[in-house]
Design a protein around this ligand. Structure first.
Ligand SMILES: Cc1cc2nc3c(=O)[nH]c(=O)nc-3n(C[C@H](O)[C@H](O)[C@H](O)COP(=O)(O)OP(=O)(O)OC[C@H]3O[C@@H](n4cnc5c(N)ncnc54)[C@H](O)[C@@H]3O)c2cc1C
Length: 328
């Protein structure tokens, strides 16, 4: 198995941050994963798994070994009275996987089309978009436990899913996801509550919904191949009702427990930071929640600008913004 020294990661992260790994290896099967875990242990180095690099802020020098997750394969593995059961390898491209399910008459994931990255990273932050999240369809996953050196199966409950979180995000490095199994309902129903999708009714076609989701995403988000970014950079903050009432005009999304979710993008925009920049890093001119790399940025540049955003929002609204992408 090849371990490549000083591996350039600049094109392995969608923010396009300058970065290199001490060592890197492509992982295409479980044997290669075990060999990589062994190598990391023998060298007393940390092991970090990278999928599409679309939810990370990479440091200039990533110590240890970076395992580039490339385990492929996708298939319908079963059918119940209500669902098609689909399994995909962790290294599969998420959007291509979604498009494949829709093209093969197994809709359900169309609202999650166009999210960059891999199938294996999708449970890590329980990806979500347009009123749908991965956990809505999740059945189980297999993951390699790097502590006990064995492959385990996790059902939905064991994954501890929440809003953009899971046990895998809470315990980074311990479990390496190998495959994900989803249950897609055989009786499809459109999820159309989100702005821009209301026109789709019971007679809608899943491929039309998917095309609309992709068009909406394209109109709001910069193409990371052109302008480096990691999608939404901060979580939408959840505050209590009294706090929300101190912020007049803020869009409010009431939660089941009485708290209120606010729009992080709106708060940032109100601070006059939409389209602003500090050195090579700024907010996208059309969407203040997206931090962009105008060229040549490093993690330090991202940290400097995100600290400025957090400080302005804290001072004006007493809200602590929490960063979504993971620092590596
Ligand atoms: C333009 C853009 C739009 C986006 N839109 C959305 C959106 O609508 N909704 C949303 O939820 N997210 C969105 N994201 C964020 C991102 O695409 C998702 O979080 C995606 O699931 C990350 O996948 P990845 O393969 O790139 O993960 P990476 O960035 O490579 O890794 C993310 C984390 O997961 C870990 N990881 C990766 N693979 C594995 C594995 N196999 N086993 C264990 N740990 C692993 C990594 O170590 C890291 O900690 C967007 C990002 C961009 C750039």
């Amino acid at each position: 198995m090849d371990f490549i020294a000083d591996f350039d990661l600049t094109h392995e992260n969608t923010l396009g941050l300058k970065s290199a790994a001490r060592l890197a290896a492509h992982i295409t099967n479980v044997d290669e994963l075990e060999a990589t875990v062994d190598e990391a242990a023998a060298r007393a180095m940390p092991l970090t798994i990278l999928g599409g690099g679309s939810n990370v802020v990479l440091s200039e020098s990533v110590e240890g070994i970076v395992g580039l997750m490339r385990i492929g394969g996708r298939q319908r593995t079963g059918q119940s009275a209500t669902d098609n059961i689909i399994t995909a390898g962790a290294g599969e491209n998420w959007h291509e996987f979604v498009a494949w399910t829709v093209a093969n008459g197994m809709p359900g994931l169309e609202n999650l089309a166009g999210i960059p990255g891999t199938v294996g990273a999708a449970p890590v932050q329980n990806i979500g978009a347009y009123g749908v999240q991965l956990s809505d369809f999740f059945l189980s996953l297999t993951a390699y436990d790097t502590q006990n050196r064995k492959t385990l199966t996790f059902d939905r409950e064991a994954c501890g899913f929440g809003y953009r979180k899971s046990r895998f995000k809470a315990d980074p490095g311990r479990y390496i996801i190998l495959s994900v199994t989803l249950a897609l309902p055989r009786q499809w129903q459109v999820t159309n509550a989100y702005a821009g999708l209301e026109k789709f009714q019971a007679d809608a076609r899943p491929d039309e919904v998917m095309a609309q989701v992709l068009a909406l995403r394209q109109s709001k988000l910069p193409d990371w191949r052109v302008l480096g970014n990691a999608g939404s950079f901060f979580h939408n903050p959840v505050v209590n009702l009294a706090h929300a009432q101190t912020i007049p005009n803020a869009p409010r999304y009431p939660q089941a427990d009485g708290s209120v979710k606010l729009s992080a993008g709106w708060l940032i925009e109100q601070c006059g930071l939409k389209g602003e920049r500090l050195g090579p890093v700024g907010t996208f001119e059309k969407h203040a929640l997206v931090l962009v790399n105008h060229g040549g940025a490093t993690r330090a540049d991202v940290s400097r600008f995100s600290a400025l955003v957090r400080e302005r929002v804290k001072t004006r609204f007493s809200v602590d913004l929490v960063q979504e992408p993971i620092e590596i």
